[in-house]
Design a protein around this ligand. Sequence first.
Ligand code: DC
Length: 227
Amino acid sequence: MINKAPVITIDGPSGAGKGTVSKIIAEKLDWYFLDSGALYRLLALAVSHHGMKMDDAETLKVLAEHLDVQFKQGESKDTEIILEGEVVTQAIRTEEVGNNASKLAAIPAVREGLLLRQQAFAQEPGLVADGRDMGTVVFPDAEIKVFLTASPEERARRRVEQLKAKGESVNIDELIETIKERDERDANRAISPLVPAVGAIIVDSTTKSIEQVVDMILCELTKKGIS
Ligand code: DC
């Protein structure tokens, strides 16, 4: 693998704060940011738009390799995500799409189909990559690997807050169950399971603020002479 640009990988379950932390660090360093979960979510949405079946691995792989996706930096800070010409920035964030993404992510051919696309994000001056297998599979030579986690209850509480802010409501007990089910599937799948990479710094964000987590990671960078 050609991977000369420095890479920081931040892996962990959803709701641990990976996305927020990764974006802040990428902005502070002025590095690229890869939200690899968005690629799995985009694939899940494309599969449902095209009425495709989840059991045809080779067709799914071809779709993964050729998925027509654009990440556009819009006027606001948030990146606009366009799938086959349609803005899907919000549409890929539903629980349903997340669950379908998790199911697709357990198919080896799908992971193979997305591998090179993800590795292509590693460009100078550097990349912050957020996902489940960034440090274990996609960027095994990354300079810094972080495994960011939090209790399922705290992750559900954060998700409820996000949904409330959007005017949506959800049953927290059901959400905790869905989160546990998704964790179970992501952690126990045969290929690229969600596990900390060898040498990863393990950070439990249950009782930490975003700023504390960001500072811890920046401190590691300084120790390694990267920033
Ligand atoms: O981070 P997220 O919730 O947006 O990810 C959606 C699903 O995609 C997640 O349940 C598992 C899968 N995924 C993965 O298997 N590997 C990654 N690197 C990123 C996400």
